[in-house]
Design a protein around this ligand. Structure first.
Ligand code: COA
Length: 322
């Protein structure tokens, strides 16, 4: 016995930042950003915290699943970093919603949702839990160098959540990691230490760094390989998949996967044009949008696939259950 998705929730950050904002601060244009990425707008946290929007998405998912926070057996939160290093974001959410179960943060960058589902699957299979809350939330804007035009235009802040209950919706899941810190990374902060010579301490630069072309190539090859393997290992023909819900990084990456599968664009829903790349939150936010607009129905098969820093990737096939 594994899980069913019993409720979804999401919350974008409240401040809209469209491409014209970047035209004012760096050498770029709405045309360049739209053509190369598909992104027109993103939302950034200003007055609210990551914990606030993560909590709102959790409450929405709990309401839809018709369970109280007290009935949760585990909270898994996928994030690069919460508002505090300690307590974890999952513990902050646990307190805010009034839950009493164990809570842990995981970091698999943009693949966080797939990693969280895989961990949850093991818990359900071991009969340790009846209900799990997964919250994926990232505050990407705090890692961005707003003078680096090749990265700052890509990301947004947001949170998405699902409540999982016992059931048999999961048809396939696989996660991977290819340890590589060269093409996509954010260095951790390190205060000056009195016992290390100043000359040995590296210059502080904790902004996100990326080799865009190499990440693009990794994304296209990994996502297409992962999808091919998922369909073949699960013995499910791609024609039976209602939606390919892919990590929302770049419109051109979605199109490459679509061409590879010879599928129609309608089967590749997107929200990156409005929200940018919201890291771990991107798939659960899109899932919530499809669910709330009743585009997914009971019995539909959906394929989720993500890639991200690490480098990590993950793919799942789920039958919608309500
Ligand atoms: N506005 C205008 N010009 C820009 C720009 C911007 N915002 N960003 C980069 N450029 C310039 C570059 O400086 C370069 O100029 P040059 O030819 O004079 O050197 C030119 O555009 C082409 O740059 P390039 O990096 O080849 O563009 P690209 O087509 O690869 O697009 C990305 C860049 C970042 C959009 C693309 O590589 C990408 O999306 N990669 C994947 C990133 C990703 O998914 N990251 C998240 C992983 S979870």
């Amino acid at each position: 016995m594994s899980f069913i998705i019993a409720g979804t929730g999401s919350c974008a950050a409240q401040t809209n930042i469209d491409n014209t904002f970047f035209e004012k601060i760096i050498d770029t244009s709405d045309k360049w950003i739209t053509t190369r990425t598909g992104i027109k707008n993103r939302t950034f946290l200003t007055d609210e915290s990551l914990t606030d929007i993560a909590t709102k998405s959790a409450i929405a998912a709990l309401e839809e699943a018709c369970i109280s926070a007290d009935e949760l057996d585990f909270i898994i939160c996928a994030t690069l970093q919460g508002d505090y290093i300690m307590p974890s974001l999952s513990c902050m959410i646990q307190k805010n919603i009034g839950a009493h179960c164990p809570a842990v943060d995981i970091n698999a960058a943009c693949t966080g949702f797939l990693y969280a589902l895989d961990i949850a699957d093991s818990y359900f299979k071991s009969d340790k839990v009846r209900n799990i809350l997964i919250v994926c939330a990232d505050n990407m804007s705090k890692f961005l160098d707003f003078s680096d035009r090749s990265t700052c235009i890509l990301f947004g802040d947001g949170a998405g959540a699902v409540v999982l209950k016992n059931g048999n919706s999961l048809k396939y899941i696989n996660i991977t990691a290819h340890g590589d810190k060269e093409i996509l990374y954010i260095k951790g902060t390190q205060h000056k230490l009195p016992f290390i010579e100043k000359s040995m301490q590296e210059k502080d630069d904790n902004y996100l760094k990326m080799d865009g072309q190499k990440v693009f190539k990794f994304a296209v090859s990994t996502v297409t390989e992962d999808i091919k393997r998922a369909l073949s290992d699960s013995n499910i023909d791609s024609s039976l998949i209602k939606y390919f819900i892919l990590h929302q990084a770049n419109q051109r990456i979605l199109e490459c996967s679509q061409d590879f599968l010879k599928e129609v664009p309608e089967k590749f829903p997107k929200n990156l044009n409005n929200l940018g790349n919201t890291s771990a939150a991107s798939i659960p936010i899109l899932l919530d949008e499809l669910n709330k607009t009743k585009k997914i129905k009971k019995g539909d098969l959906i394929l989720l696939s993500a890639f991200g820093g690490g480098m990590t990737s993950g793919t799942a096939i789920i039958e919608w259950s309500y």
